[in-house]
Design a binder for this molecule. Structure first.
Ligand SMILES: [Zn+2]
Length: 422
């Protein structure tokens, strides 16, 4: 039964999408109990939406006679949530291993899955995603984004990283000997090749440049640094000069140190980050995207029975580095590495951020205004503010008191169009 309702809504919303794609002039007055504007909670606020924009907020809005009034008793209105680290072209590794997804699933299957994932993400209230690499699916993220923008399929706004960039020999999948196979990312070494690959991906539609500062290619398959600091610096210079941000995968202290010195925008994972490294990040304004939910999910796929067994080292390490990041006061993004765990279950990261010591209101800030500021999209989304796009999530309850309430979806609006109304 649970599946039938969203399906029905999707059919209904398809009509909306087409009906309003040219002239969406609907006016809505949304009346929840409270409004989280991306920074603060306001009791008794209302929000007026006209077309695809938020036009007024506050407790006393005038000129609302032509508006459709939507009463939302016991509800909280928030900006549409922003997923900071997704892979719409992956699905959980306990269903199919990462190697098999990259090597054996057809392009058509991967795109078909991504279409389903995009819908699940939007319907869960995540109206924007920063999608950090297609993992062997080439530039299909850019095509998916275009299909969403044209209203062909429902999905979130996308910031695409396309293929992402690794050093030769570091990334999978790997077969023995001299067999050359498709890789999960583009290989580029040395400043010249790196400059060319960054520019190539930008030309193909990358909104964000993703690099791997380390990977599991040590002599015992442990994570070790990949790019030199000079290579990272050059890639950052080239990406930044085109107005793009740089996301860097780093789990080792040395990989993080090189990424910090290179002046990247965000560091992803940071498992072995120390208090000193997080302090350096804070000083340089580099944000941290912890991906707690991915570490937790992978540990469970490896046999850890959460809540029964003792926490494995990987989880203990993650708890410690996240606590150090909080103590250092580094900017914290919300991004779970969703795709490792199911799309639509993005809230799992927000719940774990609270479980690991962050205040619920700060987690809500991370998932809205902070992500929008860090990803340089705050001129359009991330806050409930007149002039910004009408990307809105309304939930039953108050997620600043109980973070699990972000799952109690009552209404999802993107660009002024209602996709979910429960
Ligand atoms: Zn990832």
């Amino acid at each position: 039964m649970k599946y039938i309702k969203p399906l029905f809504i999707f059919i209904f919303c398809c009509c909306c999408t087409f009906a309003f794609s040219q002239t969406n002039d609907s006016i809505y007055l949304l009346k929840p109990d409270r409004v989280f504007d991306g920074e603060q909670m306001h009791e008794g606020w209302q929000v007026l939406v006209k077309g695809n924009k938020i036009v007024a907020t506050g407790s006393n809005i005038s000129n609302t006679s032509s508006a459709k009034i939507i009463e939302l008793k016991s509800c909280t209105l928030l900006p549409g949530l922003i997923e900071g680290h997704s892979h719409l072209f992956l699905h959980p590794y306990n269903e199919t291993s990462w190697d098999d997804q990259v090597l054996k699933e057809s392009d058509a299957e991967r795109v078909a899955r991504a279409v389903v994932h995009a819908k699940a993400t939007l319907f869960a209230g995540f109206t924007t995603v920063r999608d950090l690499g297609t993992e062997g699916a080439g530039y299909d993220d850019v095509g998916l984004k275009q299909a969403i923008e044209k209203g062909i399929i429902p999905g979130p706004r996308m910031l695409c990283a396309t293929k992402a960039i690794v050093v030769t020999g570091s990334y999978g999948p790997k077969l023995k000997g001299e067999i050359d196979i498709i890789k999960g990312a583009a290989e580029a070494d040395g400043e010249d090749a790196l400059i060319k690959e960054v520019r190539n991906q930008i030309g193909k539609g990358a909104d964000v440049v993703k690099l791997y500062a380390d990977y599991r290619w040590g002599v015992n398959n442990e994570a070790e640094p990949t790019f030199t600091e000079e290579e990272l610096k050059k890639a950052v210079e080239v990406a930044n000069s085109s107005g793009r941000i740089v996301a860097v995968h780093a789990t080792t202290a040395e990989g993080m140190r090189r990424a910090i010195n290179a002046g990247v925008t965000t560091i992803e994972h940071g498992d072995n980050g120390t208090f000193e490294l997080f302090e350096m990040m804070k000083q340089k304004g580099i944000a941290y995207c912890a991906t707690l939910a991915a570490t937790d999910a992978i540990a469970q796929y490896k046999g850890w029975r959460k809540g029964i067994d003792e926490e494995p080292e990987s989880v203990k390490t993650k708890r410690k580095s996240f606590a150090d990041a909080l103590k250092a006061g580094v900017i914290i993004c919300m991004g779970g590495d969703v795709g490792v765990f199911p799309h639509g279950d993005n809230a799992r990261e927000m719940e774990m951020m609270v479980e690991y010591g962050m205040k619920p209101i700060d987690v809500l800030r991370s998932a809205t205004s902070v992500n929008a500021d860090v990803f340089k999209i705050n001129q359009t989304v991330g806050r409930i503010q007149p002039g910004l796009l009408a990307d809105i999530l309304i939930v039953n309850g108050d997620p600043s008191a109980n973070i699990h309430d972000v799952r109690n979806t009552k209404l999802v609006m993107k660009d002024g169009i209602i996709y979910v109304k429960n």
